[in-house]
Ligand binder design. Structure first.
Ligand code: BG6
Length: 510
Protein backbone atom coordinates (compact mmCIF):
# COMPACT_ATOMS: atom_id res chain seq x y z
CA UNK A 1 0.00 0.00 0.00
CA UNK A 2 1.41 3.33 -0.92
CA UNK A 3 0.48 5.57 1.97
CA UNK A 4 2.01 8.66 0.42
CA UNK A 5 -0.14 8.82 -2.65
CA UNK A 6 -3.68 8.28 -1.44
CA UNK A 7 -5.70 11.07 -3.00
CA UNK A 8 -8.95 9.78 -1.57
CA UNK A 9 -9.13 10.87 2.00
CA UNK A 10 -11.15 13.96 2.80
CA UNK A 11 -11.83 15.05 6.32
CA UNK A 12 -15.14 16.83 6.63
CA UNK A 13 -14.71 20.35 7.90
CA UNK A 14 -10.94 20.19 7.79
CA UNK A 15 -8.69 21.58 5.06
CA UNK A 16 -6.00 19.09 4.18
CA UNK A 17 -3.10 19.34 1.81
CA UNK A 18 -3.43 16.65 -0.83
CA UNK A 19 -0.52 14.27 -1.01
CA UNK A 20 1.16 14.25 -4.42
CA UNK A 21 0.10 11.42 -6.68
CA UNK A 22 2.94 9.19 -7.70
CA UNK A 23 2.74 7.57 -11.11
CA UNK A 24 3.61 3.89 -11.30
CA UNK A 25 6.92 3.15 -13.03
CA UNK A 26 6.95 2.45 -16.76
CA UNK A 27 6.09 -1.17 -17.50
CA UNK A 28 4.37 -3.56 -19.87
CA UNK A 29 1.47 -5.62 -18.57
CA UNK A 30 1.11 -8.94 -20.38
CA UNK A 31 -2.28 -10.52 -19.73
CA UNK A 32 -2.62 -14.25 -20.37
CA UNK A 33 -6.35 -14.85 -20.81
CA UNK A 34 -6.93 -11.60 -22.71
CA UNK A 35 -10.32 -12.74 -23.98
CA UNK A 36 -11.56 -13.92 -20.59
CA UNK A 37 -14.10 -12.59 -18.16
CA UNK A 38 -11.62 -11.37 -15.55
CA UNK A 39 -9.85 -9.20 -18.14
CA UNK A 40 -13.09 -7.65 -19.36
CA UNK A 41 -14.98 -7.24 -16.12
CA UNK A 42 -12.23 -6.31 -13.68
CA UNK A 43 -8.77 -5.73 -15.11
CA UNK A 44 -9.77 -3.26 -17.84
CA UNK A 45 -12.05 -1.23 -15.54
CA UNK A 46 -9.26 -1.17 -12.93
CA UNK A 47 -6.69 0.01 -15.50
CA UNK A 48 -9.17 2.62 -16.71
CA UNK A 49 -9.63 3.86 -13.13
CA UNK A 50 -5.84 4.06 -12.73
CA UNK A 51 -5.70 6.08 -15.97
CA UNK A 52 -8.45 8.35 -14.62
CA UNK A 53 -6.29 8.96 -11.57
CA UNK A 54 -3.28 9.67 -13.84
CA UNK A 55 -1.36 6.89 -12.09
CA UNK A 56 0.00 5.16 -15.21
CA UNK A 57 3.20 6.12 -16.96
CA UNK A 58 3.02 7.38 -20.55
CA UNK A 59 5.04 4.44 -21.79
CA UNK A 60 2.75 1.90 -20.09
CA UNK A 61 1.70 -0.88 -22.53
CA UNK A 62 -0.73 -3.80 -22.36
CA UNK A 63 -0.17 -6.97 -24.38
CA UNK A 64 -3.07 -9.42 -24.41
CA UNK A 65 -2.38 -13.11 -25.07
CA UNK A 66 -5.16 -15.57 -25.73
CA UNK A 67 -5.55 -18.89 -27.55
CA UNK A 68 -8.64 -17.59 -29.41
CA UNK A 69 -7.82 -15.54 -32.50
CA UNK A 70 -8.20 -11.77 -32.50
CA UNK A 71 -6.31 -8.71 -33.79
CA UNK A 72 -5.12 -5.49 -32.17
CA UNK A 73 -8.06 -3.60 -33.66
CA UNK A 74 -10.51 -6.39 -32.82
CA UNK A 75 -9.43 -6.64 -29.18
CA UNK A 76 -9.55 -2.87 -28.76
CA UNK A 77 -13.04 -2.79 -30.20
CA UNK A 78 -14.27 -5.71 -28.05
CA UNK A 79 -13.00 -4.06 -24.90
CA UNK A 80 -14.37 -0.65 -25.89
CA UNK A 81 -17.80 -2.23 -26.41
CA UNK A 82 -17.66 -4.00 -23.03
CA UNK A 83 -16.56 -0.83 -21.26
CA UNK A 84 -19.44 1.03 -22.84
CA UNK A 85 -21.90 -1.73 -21.84
CA UNK A 86 -21.00 -1.21 -18.16
CA UNK A 87 -22.72 2.18 -18.21
CA UNK A 88 -26.07 0.39 -18.49
CA UNK A 89 -25.25 -2.90 -16.71
CA UNK A 90 -26.23 -2.48 -13.05
CA UNK A 91 -25.16 -6.05 -12.22
CA UNK A 92 -21.48 -5.49 -12.97
CA UNK A 93 -18.87 -4.61 -10.34
CA UNK A 94 -18.11 -1.55 -12.48
CA UNK A 95 -21.01 0.73 -13.31
CA UNK A 96 -19.92 4.23 -14.26
CA UNK A 97 -22.44 6.71 -15.64
CA UNK A 98 -20.10 7.42 -18.56
CA UNK A 99 -16.74 6.32 -19.90
CA UNK A 100 -14.28 9.18 -19.92
CA UNK A 101 -12.95 9.25 -23.52
CA UNK A 102 -9.52 10.55 -22.51
CA UNK A 103 -8.89 7.90 -19.83
CA UNK A 104 -10.23 5.05 -21.95
CA UNK A 105 -8.36 6.42 -24.98
CA UNK A 106 -5.15 6.25 -22.91
CA UNK A 107 -5.73 2.53 -22.25
CA UNK A 108 -7.15 1.69 -25.67
CA UNK A 109 -4.21 3.00 -27.66
CA UNK A 110 -1.81 1.02 -25.49
CA UNK A 111 -3.48 -2.34 -26.19
CA UNK A 112 -2.00 -4.93 -28.52
CA UNK A 113 -3.01 -8.55 -29.05
CA UNK A 114 -1.08 -11.77 -29.71
CA UNK A 115 -2.74 -15.09 -30.37
CA UNK A 116 -0.89 -17.86 -28.62
CA UNK A 117 -1.31 -21.32 -27.20
CA UNK A 118 -0.31 -21.31 -23.50
CA UNK A 119 1.34 -24.70 -24.03
CA UNK A 120 3.40 -23.75 -27.11
CA UNK A 121 7.03 -22.59 -26.69
CA UNK A 122 6.60 -20.24 -29.73
CA UNK A 123 4.13 -18.16 -27.71
CA UNK A 124 6.89 -17.39 -25.24
CA UNK A 125 9.82 -17.08 -27.63
CA UNK A 126 7.70 -14.58 -29.59
CA UNK A 127 7.10 -12.58 -26.42
CA UNK A 128 10.76 -12.72 -25.49
CA UNK A 129 11.61 -11.05 -28.79
CA UNK A 130 9.04 -8.32 -28.22
CA UNK A 131 9.51 -7.37 -24.55
CA UNK A 132 12.12 -5.21 -22.89
CA UNK A 133 12.35 -3.43 -19.53
CA UNK A 134 9.85 -3.86 -16.69
CA UNK A 135 7.19 -6.49 -17.33
CA UNK A 136 4.28 -7.86 -15.30
CA UNK A 137 2.80 -11.13 -16.48
CA UNK A 138 -0.79 -11.48 -15.28
CA UNK A 139 -2.12 -15.05 -15.30
CA UNK A 140 -5.86 -14.44 -15.76
CA UNK A 141 -6.27 -18.08 -16.75
CA UNK A 142 -7.59 -21.33 -15.36
CA UNK A 143 -5.44 -22.67 -12.50
CA UNK A 144 -4.22 -25.64 -14.56
CA UNK A 145 -2.13 -23.23 -16.65
CA UNK A 146 -0.34 -21.52 -13.72
CA UNK A 147 2.56 -24.01 -13.50
CA UNK A 148 3.03 -24.52 -17.27
CA UNK A 149 2.97 -20.77 -18.04
CA UNK A 150 5.50 -19.96 -15.30
CA UNK A 151 7.75 -22.81 -16.56
CA UNK A 152 7.54 -21.49 -20.11
CA UNK A 153 8.21 -17.89 -19.01
CA UNK A 154 11.28 -19.09 -17.12
CA UNK A 155 12.54 -21.27 -19.97
CA UNK A 156 12.17 -18.41 -22.46
CA UNK A 157 14.30 -16.20 -20.15
CA UNK A 158 11.36 -13.87 -19.57
CA UNK A 159 11.74 -13.89 -15.78
CA UNK A 160 15.40 -12.82 -15.75
CA UNK A 161 15.73 -9.43 -14.11
CA UNK A 162 18.62 -7.48 -15.59
CA UNK A 163 19.70 -3.84 -15.83
CA UNK A 164 17.47 -2.95 -12.89
CA UNK A 165 14.29 -4.01 -14.72
CA UNK A 166 11.70 -6.07 -12.89
CA UNK A 167 9.89 -9.18 -14.09
CA UNK A 168 6.83 -10.04 -11.97
CA UNK A 169 4.07 -12.62 -12.22
CA UNK A 170 0.58 -12.13 -10.82
CA UNK A 171 -1.11 -15.44 -10.05
CA UNK A 172 -4.85 -15.64 -9.53
CA UNK A 173 -6.58 -18.08 -7.21
CA UNK A 174 -7.13 -20.94 -6.55
CA UNK A 175 -3.47 -21.46 -5.70
CA UNK A 176 -3.49 -25.24 -5.35
CA UNK A 177 -6.40 -27.39 -4.30
CA UNK A 178 -4.94 -28.80 -1.08
CA UNK A 179 -1.70 -28.65 0.89
CA UNK A 180 0.26 -31.01 -1.38
CA UNK A 181 -0.71 -29.30 -4.62
CA UNK A 182 -0.06 -25.81 -3.18
CA UNK A 183 3.40 -26.94 -2.00
CA UNK A 184 4.13 -28.46 -5.39
CA UNK A 185 3.02 -25.29 -7.21
CA UNK A 186 5.13 -23.08 -4.94
CA UNK A 187 8.16 -25.30 -5.48
CA UNK A 188 7.56 -25.29 -9.24
CA UNK A 189 7.26 -21.53 -9.69
CA UNK A 190 10.10 -20.77 -7.28
CA UNK A 191 12.42 -22.74 -9.59
CA UNK A 192 11.84 -20.03 -12.19
CA UNK A 193 12.17 -16.91 -10.05
CA UNK A 194 12.47 -15.45 -6.55
CA UNK A 195 9.58 -15.17 -4.10
CA UNK A 196 9.70 -11.38 -4.61
CA UNK A 197 8.75 -11.87 -8.28
CA UNK A 198 5.48 -13.70 -7.56
CA UNK A 199 2.36 -11.79 -6.55
CA UNK A 200 -0.34 -14.27 -5.46
CA UNK A 201 -3.50 -12.25 -5.61
CA UNK A 202 -6.51 -12.41 -3.30
CA UNK A 203 -9.00 -9.80 -4.43
CA UNK A 204 -10.50 -9.48 -0.91
CA UNK A 205 -7.31 -7.61 -0.01
CA UNK A 206 -8.12 -5.06 -2.70
CA UNK A 207 -11.25 -4.07 -0.80
CA UNK A 208 -10.82 -0.76 1.02
CA UNK A 209 -12.94 -2.02 3.92
CA UNK A 210 -10.64 -5.00 4.42
CA UNK A 211 -7.48 -2.87 4.37
CA UNK A 212 -9.12 -0.43 6.76
CA UNK A 213 -9.47 -3.08 9.49
CA UNK A 214 -5.77 -2.62 10.24
CA UNK A 215 -6.24 1.14 10.46
CA UNK A 216 -9.19 0.82 12.82
CA UNK A 217 -7.41 -1.71 15.02
CA UNK A 218 -3.94 -0.26 15.14
CA UNK A 219 -4.35 3.50 14.70
CA UNK A 220 -6.78 3.91 17.61
CA UNK A 221 -6.24 3.50 21.33
CA UNK A 222 -9.88 2.76 21.97
CA UNK A 223 -10.20 -0.81 20.78
CA UNK A 224 -6.83 -2.41 21.52
CA UNK A 225 -7.43 -3.16 25.22
CA UNK A 226 -10.57 -5.25 24.55
CA UNK A 227 -8.99 -7.16 21.62
CA UNK A 228 -8.31 -10.21 23.73
CA UNK A 229 -9.70 -13.47 25.06
CA UNK A 230 -10.56 -11.72 28.34
CA UNK A 231 -13.10 -9.52 26.56
CA UNK A 232 -14.06 -11.21 23.29
CA UNK A 233 -16.44 -14.12 23.65
CA UNK A 234 -16.48 -15.29 20.04
CA UNK A 235 -16.04 -13.99 16.50
CA UNK A 236 -18.19 -14.54 13.40
CA UNK A 237 -16.84 -14.12 9.89
CA UNK A 238 -19.43 -14.37 7.10
CA UNK A 239 -19.31 -14.08 3.33
CA UNK A 240 -22.83 -14.83 2.16
CA UNK A 241 -23.89 -14.44 -1.45
CA UNK A 242 -27.33 -14.51 -3.04
CA UNK A 243 -26.06 -15.54 -6.47
CA UNK A 244 -25.72 -19.21 -7.41
CA UNK A 245 -22.79 -20.72 -9.32
CA UNK A 246 -24.08 -19.10 -12.53
CA UNK A 247 -22.07 -20.23 -15.55
CA UNK A 248 -19.16 -21.52 -13.42
CA UNK A 249 -20.35 -25.09 -12.86
CA UNK A 250 -17.31 -26.63 -14.59
CA UNK A 251 -14.94 -24.73 -12.26
CA UNK A 252 -17.10 -25.11 -9.17
CA UNK A 253 -17.79 -28.87 -9.34
CA UNK A 254 -14.24 -29.98 -8.42
CA UNK A 255 -13.70 -26.90 -6.23
CA UNK A 256 -16.62 -26.28 -3.85
CA UNK A 257 -17.14 -23.51 -1.32
CA UNK A 258 -14.34 -24.55 1.06
CA UNK A 259 -11.55 -24.38 -1.54
CA UNK A 260 -13.10 -21.40 -3.36
CA UNK A 261 -13.44 -19.13 -0.34
CA UNK A 262 -11.89 -20.33 2.92
CA UNK A 263 -8.08 -20.72 2.82
CA UNK A 264 -7.90 -17.55 0.75
CA UNK A 265 -10.63 -14.92 1.26
CA UNK A 266 -11.94 -15.88 4.71
CA UNK A 267 -8.46 -16.51 6.08
CA UNK A 268 -7.44 -13.04 4.91
CA UNK A 269 -10.36 -11.58 6.86
CA UNK A 270 -9.31 -13.71 9.82
CA UNK A 271 -5.77 -12.34 9.59
CA UNK A 272 -6.96 -8.76 9.51
CA UNK A 273 -9.04 -9.17 12.63
CA UNK A 274 -6.82 -11.53 14.62
CA UNK A 275 -3.16 -10.87 13.72
CA UNK A 276 -0.83 -9.10 16.13
CA UNK A 277 0.21 -5.52 15.33
CA UNK A 278 3.12 -5.51 12.88
CA UNK A 279 6.07 -3.34 13.94
CA UNK A 280 5.73 -1.29 10.74
CA UNK A 281 3.56 -1.29 7.62
CA UNK A 282 6.38 -2.76 5.53
CA UNK A 283 5.25 -5.66 3.38
CA UNK A 284 7.40 -8.20 5.21
CA UNK A 285 6.42 -6.99 8.68
CA UNK A 286 2.72 -7.29 7.81
CA UNK A 287 3.14 -10.61 6.04
CA UNK A 288 5.20 -12.04 8.92
CA UNK A 289 2.37 -11.33 11.35
CA UNK A 290 -0.20 -12.84 9.02
CA UNK A 291 1.97 -15.91 8.58
CA UNK A 292 2.31 -16.31 12.37
CA UNK A 293 -1.45 -16.09 12.80
CA UNK A 294 -2.27 -18.62 10.10
CA UNK A 295 0.33 -20.99 11.52
CA UNK A 296 -1.43 -20.73 14.88
CA UNK A 297 -4.76 -21.90 13.44
CA UNK A 298 -5.28 -25.40 14.79
CA UNK A 299 -5.97 -27.92 11.96
CA UNK A 300 -9.76 -27.98 11.70
CA UNK A 301 -11.40 -31.18 12.79
CA UNK A 302 -14.18 -32.61 10.59
CA UNK A 303 -16.57 -32.44 13.58
CA UNK A 304 -16.14 -28.66 13.51
CA UNK A 305 -17.13 -28.36 9.85
CA UNK A 306 -20.52 -28.38 8.13
CA UNK A 307 -21.14 -28.56 4.40
CA UNK A 308 -24.33 -27.74 2.55
CA UNK A 309 -25.61 -27.57 -1.01
CA UNK A 310 -28.43 -25.33 -2.20
CA UNK A 311 -31.62 -26.96 -3.38
CA UNK A 312 -34.31 -25.17 -5.39
CA UNK A 313 -35.85 -22.20 -3.61
CA UNK A 314 -36.63 -18.50 -3.92
CA UNK A 315 -34.30 -15.59 -4.44
CA UNK A 316 -35.77 -12.08 -4.34
CA UNK A 317 -39.22 -13.55 -4.88
CA UNK A 318 -38.24 -15.62 -7.95
CA UNK A 319 -38.04 -19.39 -8.10
CA UNK A 320 -34.42 -20.49 -8.64
CA UNK A 321 -33.06 -23.97 -9.43
CA UNK A 322 -31.01 -26.10 -7.09
CA UNK A 323 -27.26 -26.52 -7.56
CA UNK A 324 -27.70 -29.93 -9.18
CA UNK A 325 -29.88 -28.35 -11.89
CA UNK A 326 -27.22 -25.76 -12.81
CA UNK A 327 -25.31 -26.13 -16.13
CA UNK A 328 -22.21 -28.38 -16.01
CA UNK A 329 -23.14 -29.78 -12.60
CA UNK A 330 -23.65 -33.51 -11.98
CA UNK A 331 -27.21 -34.55 -11.11
CA UNK A 332 -25.85 -36.37 -8.05
CA UNK A 333 -23.16 -33.81 -7.22
CA UNK A 334 -21.86 -33.75 -3.64
CA UNK A 335 -19.97 -30.48 -4.07
CA UNK A 336 -20.67 -28.07 -1.22
CA UNK A 337 -21.97 -24.57 -1.98
CA UNK A 338 -21.95 -23.68 1.73
CA UNK A 339 -19.43 -24.24 4.47
CA UNK A 340 -19.41 -23.37 8.17
CA UNK A 341 -16.36 -23.96 10.37
CA UNK A 342 -15.34 -23.52 13.96
CA UNK A 343 -11.71 -22.50 14.27
CA UNK A 344 -9.35 -22.30 17.24
CA UNK A 345 -6.22 -20.20 17.34
CA UNK A 346 -3.35 -21.45 19.47
CA UNK A 347 -1.87 -18.24 20.80
CA UNK A 348 -2.17 -16.38 24.11
CA UNK A 349 -4.51 -13.74 22.70
CA UNK A 350 -7.14 -16.03 21.20
CA UNK A 351 -6.79 -19.39 22.92
CA UNK A 352 -10.36 -20.41 23.98
CA UNK A 353 -12.08 -17.86 21.69
CA UNK A 354 -14.04 -19.68 18.96
CA UNK A 355 -13.89 -18.15 15.47
CA UNK A 356 -16.87 -19.17 13.35
CA UNK A 357 -16.51 -18.87 9.59
CA UNK A 358 -19.30 -19.35 7.06
CA UNK A 359 -19.71 -18.77 3.37
CA UNK A 360 -22.33 -19.85 0.90
CA UNK A 361 -24.09 -19.20 -2.35
CA UNK A 362 -27.83 -18.64 -2.78
CA UNK A 363 -28.27 -17.46 0.76
CA UNK A 364 -30.88 -15.13 2.25
CA UNK A 365 -28.70 -12.02 1.97
CA UNK A 366 -25.50 -10.68 0.43
CA UNK A 367 -23.33 -9.85 3.42
CA UNK A 368 -19.58 -9.92 4.00
CA UNK A 369 -18.82 -8.97 7.58
CA UNK A 370 -16.89 -9.72 10.74
CA UNK A 371 -18.67 -9.53 14.09
CA UNK A 372 -16.88 -9.59 17.44
CA UNK A 373 -19.12 -10.56 20.35
CA UNK A 374 -17.95 -8.82 23.52
CA UNK A 375 -18.28 -10.47 26.93
CA UNK A 376 -20.64 -8.76 29.36
CA UNK A 377 -19.05 -6.86 32.29
CA UNK A 378 -17.72 -9.21 34.97
CA UNK A 379 -19.79 -7.45 37.60
CA UNK A 380 -22.74 -5.18 36.87
CA UNK A 381 -25.26 -3.28 39.01
CA UNK A 382 -27.86 -4.34 36.43
CA UNK A 383 -27.51 -7.98 37.45
CA UNK A 384 -30.66 -9.06 39.21
CA UNK A 385 -32.69 -5.98 38.19
CA UNK A 386 -34.74 -7.97 35.71
CA UNK A 387 -33.72 -5.82 32.73
CA UNK A 388 -31.89 -7.75 30.01
CA UNK A 389 -28.24 -6.84 29.40
CA UNK A 390 -27.55 -7.69 25.76
CA UNK A 391 -23.93 -8.51 24.87
CA UNK A 392 -22.18 -5.75 22.93
CA UNK A 393 -21.04 -6.43 19.40
CA UNK A 394 -18.59 -4.76 17.08
CA UNK A 395 -19.29 -5.31 13.41
CA UNK A 396 -17.02 -4.60 10.45
CA UNK A 397 -19.31 -4.21 7.44
CA UNK A 398 -17.19 -5.10 4.44
CA UNK A 399 -19.60 -5.63 1.56
CA UNK A 400 -21.94 -4.44 0.15
CA UNK A 401 -22.42 -1.97 3.00
CA UNK A 402 -19.20 -0.44 4.20
CA UNK A 403 -18.74 0.71 7.74
CA UNK A 404 -18.49 -0.20 11.39
CA UNK A 405 -21.27 -0.68 13.96
CA UNK A 406 -20.99 -0.91 17.71
CA UNK A 407 -24.11 -2.27 19.36
CA UNK A 408 -24.34 -1.51 23.10
CA UNK A 409 -26.79 -0.94 25.89
CA UNK A 410 -28.27 2.44 26.85
CA UNK A 411 -31.03 3.55 29.15
CA UNK A 412 -34.48 3.64 27.59
CA UNK A 413 -36.09 7.01 28.20
CA UNK A 414 -38.66 6.78 31.01
CA UNK A 415 -38.97 6.70 34.76
CA UNK A 416 -37.35 3.25 35.16
CA UNK A 417 -33.76 2.17 34.54
CA UNK A 418 -34.60 -0.11 31.63
CA UNK A 419 -32.01 -0.96 29.01
CA UNK A 420 -32.33 -0.97 25.25
CA UNK A 421 -29.70 -1.88 22.64
CA UNK A 422 -28.52 1.00 20.45
CA UNK A 423 -26.08 1.07 17.55
CA UNK A 424 -23.34 3.58 16.92
CA UNK A 425 -22.75 3.30 13.18
CA UNK A 426 -20.08 4.76 10.93
CA UNK A 427 -20.44 4.64 7.13
CA UNK A 428 -17.39 5.17 4.96
CA UNK A 429 -19.44 7.20 2.47
CA UNK A 430 -20.24 9.80 5.15
CA UNK A 431 -16.58 10.61 5.72
CA UNK A 432 -14.60 9.80 2.59
CA UNK A 433 -15.09 10.58 -1.07
CA UNK A 434 -15.91 7.41 -2.89
CA UNK A 435 -13.14 6.60 -5.36
CA UNK A 436 -14.26 4.54 -8.35
CA UNK A 437 -12.92 1.06 -7.67
CA UNK A 438 -13.52 -2.52 -8.72
CA UNK A 439 -11.05 -3.76 -6.12
CA UNK A 440 -8.12 -4.47 -8.50
CA UNK A 441 -6.76 -0.91 -8.79
CA UNK A 442 -4.62 -0.95 -5.66
CA UNK A 443 -3.49 -4.50 -6.36
CA UNK A 444 -2.31 -3.68 -9.90
CA UNK A 445 -0.73 -0.43 -8.79
CA UNK A 446 1.03 -2.13 -5.86
CA UNK A 447 2.41 -4.79 -8.17
CA UNK A 448 3.78 -2.05 -10.46
CA UNK A 449 5.51 -0.31 -7.56
CA UNK A 450 6.67 -3.63 -6.09
CA UNK A 451 4.70 -3.47 -2.83
CA UNK A 452 3.74 -7.02 -1.87
CA UNK A 453 1.85 -6.15 1.35
CA UNK A 454 -1.52 -7.14 -0.09
CA UNK A 455 -0.31 -10.33 -1.77
CA UNK A 456 -0.01 -13.78 -0.30
CA UNK A 457 3.36 -15.26 0.53
CA UNK A 458 4.16 -18.92 -0.16
CA UNK A 459 4.34 -19.89 3.54
CA UNK A 460 0.94 -18.38 4.40
CA UNK A 461 -0.78 -20.11 1.51
CA UNK A 462 0.64 -23.45 2.62
CA UNK A 463 -0.31 -22.91 6.29
CA UNK A 464 -3.85 -22.05 5.26
CA UNK A 465 -4.18 -25.26 3.26
CA UNK A 466 -2.67 -27.19 6.20
CA UNK A 467 -5.44 -25.86 8.46
CA UNK A 468 -8.27 -27.01 6.17
CA UNK A 469 -6.67 -30.21 4.87
CA UNK A 470 -8.21 -32.57 7.51
CA UNK A 471 -11.66 -31.36 6.48
CA UNK A 472 -10.95 -31.74 2.76
CA UNK A 473 -9.79 -35.30 3.37
CA UNK A 474 -12.83 -36.19 5.46
CA UNK A 475 -15.16 -34.66 2.89
CA UNK A 476 -13.85 -36.61 -0.08
CA UNK A 477 -16.67 -39.13 0.37
CA UNK A 478 -19.01 -37.30 2.73
CA UNK A 479 -22.66 -36.49 2.02
CA UNK A 480 -23.75 -32.87 1.74
CA UNK A 481 -26.69 -31.33 3.62
CA UNK A 482 -29.25 -29.56 1.40
CA UNK A 483 -30.57 -26.09 2.19
CA UNK A 484 -33.23 -24.16 0.34
CA UNK A 485 -31.95 -21.41 -1.98
CA UNK A 486 -32.68 -18.08 -0.31
CA UNK A 487 -32.35 -19.50 3.24
CA UNK A 488 -29.73 -19.02 5.96
CA UNK A 489 -27.96 -22.29 5.12
CA UNK A 490 -28.19 -25.87 6.44
CA UNK A 491 -29.52 -26.73 9.90
CA UNK A 492 -26.18 -28.35 10.79
CA UNK A 493 -24.57 -24.91 10.80
CA UNK A 494 -26.92 -23.74 13.55
CA UNK A 495 -26.16 -26.87 15.55
CA UNK A 496 -22.40 -26.24 15.24
CA UNK A 497 -22.77 -23.00 17.21
CA UNK A 498 -25.58 -24.18 19.47
CA UNK A 499 -23.16 -26.73 21.05
CA UNK A 500 -21.26 -23.77 22.43
CA UNK A 501 -24.36 -21.78 23.38
CA UNK A 502 -23.90 -19.45 20.41
CA UNK A 503 -25.95 -18.66 17.32
CA UNK A 504 -25.23 -17.04 13.96
CA UNK A 505 -26.57 -13.54 13.57
CA UNK A 506 -29.27 -13.48 10.92
CA UNK A 507 -27.76 -12.19 7.67
CA UNK A 508 -27.91 -8.43 7.96
CA UNK A 509 -29.20 -8.57 11.58
CA UNK A 510 -28.24 -5.52 13.62
C1 BG6 B 1 -14.31 -15.37 -5.90
C2 BG6 B 1 -14.99 -16.70 -5.87
O1 BG6 B 1 -12.95 -15.51 -5.62
O2 BG6 B 1 -14.92 -14.51 -4.94
C3 BG6 B 1 -16.47 -16.53 -6.18
O3 BG6 B 1 -14.40 -17.57 -6.84
C4 BG6 B 1 -17.10 -15.53 -5.24
O4 BG6 B 1 -17.14 -17.79 -6.09
C5 BG6 B 1 -16.29 -14.24 -5.19
O5 BG6 B 1 -18.40 -15.26 -5.72
C6 BG6 B 1 -16.80 -13.33 -4.09
O6 BG6 B 1 -16.16 -12.08 -4.18
P1 BG6 B 1 -16.91 -10.74 -3.85
O7 BG6 B 1 -15.87 -9.68 -3.98
O8 BG6 B 1 -18.02 -10.62 -4.87
O9 BG6 B 1 -17.46 -10.87 -2.47
Amino acid sequence: MDQSSDPKVSEPGKAIAKAPITKAPACTLVIFGAGGDLTKRLLMPALYNLALGALLDDSFRIVGVDHNPNTDAGWRQDLSDTMQSFTTDRTSEFHPTRIDPKAWGFIRERLSFRQGDFAAPETFSGLAGALTGNVIFYLAVSARFFGPIVDALGEAGLLKESDGAFRRVVIEKPFGSDLDSARALNARILKQGGENQFFRIDHFLGKETVQSILAIRFANGLLGPVWHRDHIDHVEISAAETIGVEARGAFYEPTGALRDMVPNHLFQLLCMVAMEAPATLDAEAVRDEKARLIQAVRPIQPKDAVRGQYAAGQEHGHAVPGYREEPNVAKDSRTETYVALKLSIDNPRWDVVPFYLRTGKRMAGRVTEIVLHIKPPAQSPFAGTGTAVAPDTLRFRIDPEQGLDIAMNAKRPGPRMDLGQVTAAFDYGDFFHETPSVGYETLLYDCMIGDATLFQRADSIESAWAAVDPVLEAWADAPVEPYAAGSAGPAGAEALLAHQGHRWLALGEG
